[in-house]
Design a protein around this ligand. Structure first.
Ligand code: HAM
Length: 410
């Protein structure tokens, strides 16, 4: 039997109400904050992501679904949306039409990671990007938006972690300090961290290796070596979060896995989903647009993993219960009336949701099916009533019945 590819999953009809509910809440929150939806293609030229996300990142180095198409162009299934949104902004000159572009998306993403609970190879994100302003109010707005969406979904067991990565100049100075600190400890680092020491030294803070973690515990912290401008920006973000009533923790070791960040970075981390606990991550990226297209447009954004959020909702027992319902079920008392039932169902379907039996079931079985589908009303067609030009309409909430002329339904 052919099965779905490892790390992908089907979303079955009984799960769809949970997805629709989440998508509605996301769209309503985005509307409240005046973000406009954008949809971009599932695949892009590979160099968009390698340049945008960074050659030394895990995503670009190990996880992208990249292939040559029939005309030998290197194509990649999008592993994230920020680079695609920036490409679309530049390609359509949205930055020239509006000084500030506030955009949101809901879309599948693809990363060839080792699948486990909360980690898939095709997964779905919703997210937002605001392009065109360096105001710390937008950093705070992004965090508030993500926070409010999780709250509106009913989640409470999560924390907001924030950090600042400053600007490249202060970060470069700091990286040298970190290199110095680690220079006599290199041999004690894991193989992976030794590699990262050369390519992406900040990621050493993310190492899962116990010995690495011990070494990094005493490492100098970037936040203690930020320039004044970065510190001021970060201070304003914190003040605005306080005034918005968003509880947060400053986590100086929050470095994130993508290279494009400057200033604020943040994650919303769940205590209900096991090791893949980041529900949402984001930050400011003032240099990415320039890097991809020669125009200077600062940006800030976040993305959230829908599968992980739904898992958190299930584990926190806040998933709303959806009871299936249809307006009408039509019960056919005699087999010969199938055509009539078909005609009436299709008339009613212009305004109402309607189902009937396609399999010649007994009247009893049809009634059982009407109950199973949550029919509000059952229309019974046949018998002496039908001969008199009438049908019986049963109201399923109180069991009451009335006769109505069949003409009303024709
Ligand atoms: P990210 O941290 O790579 O950031 O992903 C954001 C969220 O997507 C994660 O917190 C997680 O919930 C979900 N996610 C990531 N990988 C997987 C996976 N393999 N399976 C299931 N869920 C996953 C970004 O993607 C940035 N583009 C965020 C951003 C937007 N920064 C600025 N603007």
């Amino acid at each position: 039997m052919i099965k779905a590819i490892t790390g992908t999953k089907d979303i079955l009809p009984n799960e769809i109400p949970n997805w629709n509910n989440l998508e509605d809440i996301v769209c309503n929150a985005m509307k409240a904050f005046n973000y406009k939806e954008i949809r971009t293609p599932i695949f892009e030229e590979t160099r968009l992501f390698s340049r945008g996300i960074g050659e030394a990142t895990d995503i670009v180095g190990k996880e992208m679904y990249t292939f040559l198409d029939r005309s030998e162009t290197s194509i990649t299934l999008k592993p994230e949306m920020t680079a695609s949104v920036v490409r679309a902004l530049l390609e359509h000159s949205l930055d020239k039409q509006n000084q500030l572009n506030k955009l949101f998306y809901i879309s599948p993403m693809f990363r060839q990671e080792r699948p486990q609970a909360g980690r898939f190879r095709q997964f779905n994100q919703f997210g937002a990007e605001a392009l065109g302003s360096i105001s710390p109010a937008l950093d705070a707005e992004m965090i508030l938006l993500a926070y409010q969406i999780l709250k509106r979904l009913g989640l409470s067991n999560f924390v907001v972690k924030i950090n600042s990565l400053g600007v490249p100049s202060s970060r470069e100075n700091y990286k040298n300090l970190l290199k110095e600190y680690l220079s006599d400890k290199l041999n004690d680092l894991s193989e992976e961290s030794q590699k990262r020491y050369e390519t992406n030294i900040l990621r050493l803070f993310d190492s899962k290796d116990r010995d690495d973690q011990k070494i990094m515990e005493h490492a100098p912290l970037l936040i203690e070596h930020l320039d004044d401008e970065s510190l001021e920006h970060f201070e304003e973000v914190k003040q605005m979060l306080l005034s918005a009533g968003v509880p947060f923790e400053v986590d100086p070791k929050l470095v994130r896995g993508l290279d494009y960040y400057t200033h604020t970075t943040f994650e919303l981390v769940s205590g209900s989903v096991g090791s893949q606990s980041a529900l949402c991550g984001g930050g400011r990226y003032d240099l990415l647009v320039k890097q991809l297209g020669e125009r200077d447009v600062p940006g800030v954004g976040f993305a959230a993993g829908i599968e992980r959020i739904l898992l958190a909702m299930e584990n926190e027992k806040v998933m709303p219960e959806f009871i299936p319902q249809i307006d009408y079920y039509i019960v056919r008392l005699e087999k010969e009336l199938s055509k009539k039932v078909f005609e009436i169902a299709n008339n009613l379907r212009k305004e109402k949701s309607v189902e009937f039996d396609y399999t010649q079931r007994s009247v009893k079985a049809q009634m059982r099916e009407a109950n199973r589908l949550g029919a509000k009303k059952v229309l019974m067609i046949g018998g002496s009533e039908y001969e008199r030009g009438m049908v019986v309409l049963k109201n399923m909430s109180d069991g009451s019945q009335e006769e109505i002329a069949i003409k009303e339904f024709e």
